[in-house]
Design a protein around this ligand. Sequence first.
Ligand SMILES: [Zn+2]
Length: 246
Amino acid sequence: MAGAELYMFSSGTLGLGGYEVPVPFYLIRHPQGDVIVDGGNPLAVARDAHAHWGKLADLFEVQMSEEQHCVAQLRRHGFAQESVAFVVQTHLHIDHTGALGHFPDAEIVVHAAELDSARAEHPHARGYVAADFEQPGLHWRTFTGEHDLFGDGSVRLLPTPGHSAGHVSLLLSLKRSGPVLLSADAVDNRAQWEGRQPPRVLHDAEDAERSREQLRELADEVEPLLVFGHDPENFAALKHAPDCYD
Ligand SMILES: [Zn+2]
């Protein structure tokens, strides 16, 4: 492997604003270790969404089988669970925490403000379920500001607060495919990207607008492949594992 490779998966779908949207997660293979980004829906949701999400399960109708959990999908595609060195959390909302607790040797990388906010929120109040991130044995690595995960510019974590308090988006730099922007929930879909819809905000609307603007300015500059957080059309048009961007 000469450089990093990006694999895209969906862990099922959620009903969001009247649409059924994908719940993506990503695997980045890097010479210094593999990275899971978010992990999608937790396994417990495939078994009994109401038991795990409480009343949030009424708001977000989930379609997910156990085979769609991130660990099952990695296994099916022949990726070794042990080679995952990092789990990067764009944020800690209920449909992004599927990897937590399944990669005991990995460091969990999250913006400090996100972990603080998730822990401060009343359980089930603002899109968090404490059972996801209050498990024993999670090795947290928090950061503030921008974070260059491997120090080589290939995986950069950019703070994009608003949707949640410490939300980050990822800018990847791939040898052949060039820059890739994983907006995560800072921008759910193309309508939000193009300003036809406001960002979906669970924390701070002004921050969310500012974050979207920053991402758009960045995109004007580097012209990345755009990968939105929950966009059926955008996601369908991308390459999915076992295909990859490299
Ligand atoms: Zn979210």
